[in-house]
Write a new protein. Structure first.
Lengths: 146, 146
DNA sequence: CTATTATAGACTCATCGAATCTATAATAAG
DNA sequence: CTTATTATAGATTCGATGAGTCTATAATAG
């Protein structure tokens, strides 16, 4: 069980878009170069984010992608669910007259566990990531100065 | 991203073994029939549980599989990690001179989220599942009587 | 009108989950 | 000891899907 690379690209791209001046868009080419992935493939991933309402796109010169809302309002869960979908991680496969999946206690426990993960992903925004980057840069500059 | 069916079979089998009288073993055939899966495939899954030290096996007549410790001491996490392995769910793929995976904040957040899930899976034992089954049966019998 | 950019669809390739099949080894019972 | 029973190991197969390519189309700024 692993997250797909698409999720990887999506999260990093969203974080990068969060670094741009507000309202400014960037094309898929530079985004793809940074992440060492093909532009056509990355555009597929980003299109799913557009459809999920996380980013907005514009074709033509001066087009590209940009965030549609503040980084404070974009959670990890938003991005991940847009890419990975909403199906539960675990799905009980045992189904007979004495045990139906709707009431499987194993299923229930697995759902609870997944929910714990989701709660954390919902609490973590892209803004927090950018803050940590700022902090690291700041610390680095201080150490240089000192 | 999904848990494999092997995890599904492993959890249900462990729970079933927990229902057997202490010390009693059961062959792979009946276990496979219950779960509607081929005996050879299920045996592969169970062999990984043997190697993980969760169950014990014996060949020959009167052989089969049985638990090696109390259901109170077998957690969901034990079973899942035995089958799924220990690799993190997320692995940052962005690696260059300004961003190395070791220090990726996205990676860190994803690891934290995974840990939340694991903590819950570690807190939930097979014994808890069996207790819930007992309770359900008890409730059912009461409703029949009433 | 043209260069630039995103979108869509068909297609390919490799990986891996999910088995199956067969052969081998170990054990209890007769 | 022999035989039936059971687990283990390895090779192999099959299908689904992740990951990506390629090409064509549509939209937009200049």
């Amino acid at each position: 069980m692993k997250y797909t690379k698409a999720t990887n690209y999506a999260l990093h791209t969203i974080a990068y878009l969060g670094l741009l001046p507000s309202g400014k868009a960037i094309g898929v080419k530079p985004l793809a170069e940074i992440q060492k992935v093909s532009p056509t493939y990355l555009s597929k991933v980003l299109t799913t984010l557009v459809k999920a309402g996380l980013i907005i796109s514009a074709p033509g010169v001066k087009g590209g992608y940009r965030l549609i809302k503040d980084v404070e309002d974009i959670t990890f869960l938003d991005v991940i669910q847009a890419v990975e979908g909403l199906n539960p991680l675990f799905h009980c496969s045992l189904d007979n007259h004495v045990h139906d999946r709707e009431n499987c206690f194993i299923q229930q426990t697995m759902n609870e566990a997944e929910k714990k993960m989701e709660e954390h992903l919902h609490s973590q925004t892209i803004a927090l990531v950018l803050q940590k980057i700022d902090q690291r840069v700041s610390d680095y500059l201080k150490s240089e100065a000192g």
